[in-house]
Design a protein around this ligand. Structure first.
Ligand code: FES
Ligand code: FES
Length: 162
């Protein structure tokens, strides 16, 4: 099979990949780069577990071929996490029971990180919209909403106190 050479940025690092034409981006991230934080649930674009950020927008890693990422800037859940400890949304999910089995969690973290970094003061509707493409089979939506609300509320306090 003809292999394709790719150059892309993943979590701020330039990487070179040799992939099969049929390989999905999610599989390349997990299998070739070892970034297993990106989960694969349905592999049909339905569940959102594989959500990553491609050129600034959330995207389904299972619906993109790796070859389509040539030259792209890709951010995975590893890239939205600090080198040690937890990001504000990860910490809030821990505090507010925003995860049960945790399978949907990377996708939830990625879309909420994207929301919180692009919208300084999201409403409840904005949060619901952001996670509307993410399925949680444990139906942990209340905890996930509570976590996102807590980050927004903390941010409002910080702005008010400064
Ligand atoms: S694994 Fe990609 S949307 Fe479910
Ligand atoms: S916590 Fe189990 S799928 Fe969401």
């Amino acid at each position: 099979m003809k292999m394709h050479d790719l150059e892309l940025s993943v979590n701020g690092q330039s990487v070179s990949l040799r992939v099969e034409p049929r390989q999905t981006l999610a599989d390349a991230l997990r299998g070739t780069l070892g970034l297993t934080g990106t989960h694969l649930g349905c592999e049909h674009g339905v569940c959102g577990a594989c959500t990553i950020i491609v050129d600034g927008e959330p995207a389904r890693g299972c619906l993109m071929l790796a070859v389509q990422a040539q030259g792209a800037e890709v951010i995975t859940v590893e890239g939205v996490s600090p080198p040690t400890g937890l990001s504000p949304i990860q910490q809030a999910m821990r505090e507010h029971h925003g995860l049960q089995c945790g399978f949907c969690t990377p996708g939830m973290v990625v879309v909420l990180h994207h929301l919180l970094s692009t919208n300084p003061d999201p409403t409840d509707d904005d949060i619901r919209e952001a996670i509307s493409g993410q399925l949680c089979r444990c139906t942990g939506y209340q905890g996930i909403m509570a976590a996102a609300r807590a980050v927004v509320a903390r941010r409002r306090h910080e702005i008010r106190d400064n």
